[in-house]
Design a protein around this ligand. Sequence first.
Ligand SMILES: Cc1cc2nc3c(=O)[nH]c(=O)nc-3n(C[C@H](O)[C@H](O)[C@H](O)COP(=O)(O)O)c2cc1C
Length: 189
Amino acid sequence: MNPTIDLLLTRRSVSANALGEPGPSAEELELILRSAARVPDHKKLVPWRFVVFQGDARAAFGAVLANVCRAEEKDPGAFRLENEAKRFLRAPLVIAVISRVVKNPAAPEWEQILSAGAACQNLIVAATALGYGAQWITEWCAYSAGVRAALPLAENERVAGFVYIGTPKEKPDERDRPKLADIVAPWQP
Ligand SMILES: Cc1cc2nc3c(=O)[nH]c(=O)nc-3n(C[C@H](O)[C@H](O)[C@H](O)COP(=O)(O)O)c2cc1C
């Protein structure tokens, strides 16, 4: 079997809770990010950027998440706040993929957002190819005004996803996939 096809046909996301040390080395991280920065990009607008969370930055961002949660939610409770503080500690590496849309008549917003989604997927595929597990997660933090301000994001930016990467602690079970017959059809006039 062709190794790329094999990877695409067998890849499974590994839940962030099942990702442990070690994370990618600096060299591997560069390969993963370069893979993500090679996605199709109509008009070379570079409609994405990446924010990397490793080491102590994960706990520091967790403190931000707990503060934002306290400010935005009614009575979150100590358990929830503790979980927020630990959210980015679930994996050794978290990469925020930021979609950044610019005005361009030849490449509408929709195409630029799709390109950011492709960047998320390339991060996952590259990490998986290097033997790591990965999961694309949004959760509440991708949509929170407080988290937007803390990252910080510009007006034209949005979180496309937080991609968690680490060593799988367990092999995920297979997941049902759609039957091609249900989603593929020849075009008929
Ligand atoms: C845009 C986007 C956001 C997602 N957000 C979450 C999330 O917040 N929490 C979660 O458990 N899975 C989320 N997922 C689903 C996982 O990334 C993943 O697809 C799922 O665990 C199934 O695994 P698979 O990739 O092996 O099919 C999201 C997927 C996408 C495309």
